[in-house]
Design a protein around this ligand. Structure first.
Ligand code: SF4
Length: 284
């Protein structure tokens, strides 16, 4: 695998077909319409970039397949977050898995507790086509024990399923800080069993995913410890493109817009000004 110069967290759309109460995106923009995404700038990107496609729900983007093909043909790496509710058959026929480092498929327990069949079908289609997919489920505090059992049950059916920390305030308590020691121990045990059940090939691909994922749960260390916010990859290699094309740094500082300033100029500006570079993990 080539060295990756820059990791771009790209919010293709804020629109989503689910409405999770713990979602970090704004509830109003999640309902807005979603048109095609302008990806013409990628033709002029001469660095090796990992584009992490996220949302909202990326599969709602009408030109997702063309966008992925363009990133692939320009020699970039890809990864994606999805809730895996929408059909993937056309996607697996047209997009090559070779440069896709990982797909993180989120199981949203309130929607899925009695409705896992479509998720499993889409998961298998992607896996059969050669994509490395792993799944996560947010550990809702009130349903913690039920979700832990749900994870055990689906791990035993061959699903790579890991606990994901809740972020935010729930019934007046701040999470993930308010998980009990016992709950933290259960999550560690679930991470360990997920890794133990992987084939050696999946384990290596999961290691690569953990190395490059902008998500903060520290699974590769068999832990769910949070680092407190967005990973900035040494303060040199992370930027985020928002739905409107704004380019922002890990602390939310705006560097410009993809349509007016251009990508190459902006990534050169991506140099951390904080003394504790790489360690600050500011939330955005
Ligand atoms: S699926 Fe993801 S983006 Fe959609 S509402 Fe749930 S948490 Fe938000």
């Amino acid at each position: 695998m080539q060295r990756i110069d820059t990791i771009v967290d790209w919010i293709l759309t804020e629109r989503c077909n689910l409405n999770c109460y713990y979602c970090l995106q704004n509830a109003d923009t999640r309902k807005a319409e979603c048109g095609p995404v302008d990806y013409s700038f990628v033709d002029n990107v001469d660095k090796s970039v990992l584009f992490h496609l996220t949302g909202g729900e990326p599969f709602l983007v009408p030109n997702l397949i063309e966008l992925c093909k363009s990133l692939d043909s320009n020699g970039h790496y890809l990864s994606m977050n999805t809730n895996l509710t929408l059909p993937v058959s056309k996607f697996v026929k047209e997009v090559r898995p070779d440069r896709f480092l990982f797909i993180n498929a989120s199981v949203h327990y309130p929607y899925r507790m009695q409705h896992m069949e479509p998720f499993m079908r889409h998961y298998r289609e992607l896996r059969d086509a050669g994509f490395f997919v792993y799944s996560t489920v947010v550990m809702i505090p009130d349903d913690f024990d039920k979700i832990a059992d749900f994870i055990r049950e689906h791990q035993s059916q061959g699903l790579i399923l890991l606990p994901k920390l809740m972020r935010g305030v729930e019934k007046g308590k701040l999470y993930p800080d308010s998980y009990t020691n016992q709950q933290n121990a259960v999550m560690k045990e679930l991470v360990a069993s997920a890794i133990e059940n992987m084939s050696s090939d999946d384990r290596e691909r999961f290691r690569i995913a953990c190395e490059h994922n902008v998500s903060i749960d520290n699974w590769w260390e068999i832990d769910t410890r949070t680092l407190g916010g967005t990973r900035c990859f040494d303060g040199l290699r992370y930027i985020r493109i928002t739905e409107t094309g704004d380019i922002v740094y890990c602390d939310g500082k705006m560097l410009g817009n993809i349509k007016t300033t251009g990508f190459a100029t902006l990534t050169q500006l991506c140099i951390c000004q904080y003394e504790d570079r790489g360690l600050c993990h500011k939330n955005i």
